[in-house]
Design a binder for this molecule. Sequence first.
Ligand SMILES: C=CC1=C(C)c2cc3[nH]c(cc4nc(cc5[nH]c(cc1n2)c(C)c5CCC(=O)O)C(CCC(=O)O)=C4C)c(C)c3C=C
Ligand SMILES: [Fe+2]
Length: 420
Amino acid sequence: MNETTTASPSRRTLLGWGGAGLALGAAAAGGTAAALRLGDGSQPAASAGDAVPFHGAHQAGIATPVQDRLHFAAFDVTTTDRAALVALLKEWTAAAAAMTAGREVGDGESSDYADNAELPPDDTGEALGLKPSRLTLTFGVGPGLFEKDGKDRFGLKSRRPQALIDLPAFPGDNLDPARSGGDLCVQACADDPQVAVHAIRNLARIGMGRVAIRWSQLGFGKTSSTTPDAQTPRNMMGFKDGTRNIAGTETDRLDKHVWVSEKDGPDWLAGGSYLVARRIRMHIETWDRASLKDQEDTFGRTKAEGAPQGKQREHDEPNLKAMKDNAHVRLAHPDSNNGVTILRRGYSFTDGTDGLGRLDAGLFFIAYQRDVRDGFVPLQRRLAAKDALNEYIQHVGSAVFAVPPGVRDKDDWWGRALFA
Ligand SMILES: C=CC1=C(C)c2cc3[nH]c(cc4nc(cc5[nH]c(cc1n2)c(C)c5CCC(=O)O)C(CCC(=O)O)=C4C)c(C)c3C=C
Ligand SMILES: [Fe+2]
């Protein structure tokens, strides 16, 4: 698994080192960043400025510790040329490896480093001087890449995973097509919002003429944790969110519930996962008028401590029968769903106010799973039918992506096995 490295030179420092910086960058691209940067083989301790290695068996940004900020982008592929798409994915991979290591895209931002001062710089520059900030870039492919309007656009139709279904409609959905779907996605997570936004902006810029951003979502205040020792974050409803999630260290549970195995197929996806994203709007003003008792009954947990109802401490084992029949946690718990378990990695969002003066705020829900047909779909069917939380939320955006395994080394690239 990808580990966080402690040495965290800023982008400018790396440039300042000149040749040394370039040599370090090349080594990072070879997958030895952690060892080189530490130099002593010791285990790294994560902190907010660090770099998370880009190369590995699985993509970073799934089981790796959750960062503070999100910029998620879904892209439409606008080119019809398979070779142009492949070239883009190679360029994206090189740029992603550089940015996650805290380096600039291509030759950099300023004309000092560009080949030709008459051209725009390779990097837009706003992350210059900022630390890597644990930036992870996680890449996925949507159903439309395989087939759209009955057309096999890139000769990939036969390679579509059976589990990459078009999600069914759920009761209560009010999905906006302009905030749903996408042929490709990139999930950028970082501890500094400017680093995450810079990454998506530069990928979009590289993709000009071949892809176009369909929709994107900024997120803050992570609403999940893959590191159970850390304090559990709270969502916009004021409740601890992520108490019972799969931890990044639980390799058995990750293998069982998150990573696609070789026998699941298809081959190109082994070691990858499936991502479901849902933009879930909260009716904040209604929630804020609900009594504490109603709020706690809605989730089946206490607000202050986050303990399951009838228990004292946050991490006490829930007694589902102590919760109301329609409590969110009771309905979502694996014991109520034949063991169904997903890895949640969502973020809060606030996108100003709507035309009626209400906050446009909520949860940008992200879940990773080994098969959406045994993960998000049955869970959401149950929640959509019965969840007390439905009084206060509405799903307004939706997308599903297959997330390939990790990029192995500097010769590998996002989607290589798919296009092979
Ligand atoms: C389809 C899956 C889920 C959706 C959609 C969903 C939306 C949603 N959840 C919260 C807040 C909380 N969820 C909590 C637990 C929880 N939620 C899901 C699944 C979905 N949630 C699961 C599988 C679980 C874990 C159940 C368990 O094993 O006990 C909690 C409790 C704390 C925790 O365990 O994380 C909160 C709080 C909101 C606000 C929301 C939509 C806006
Ligand atoms: Fe939930």
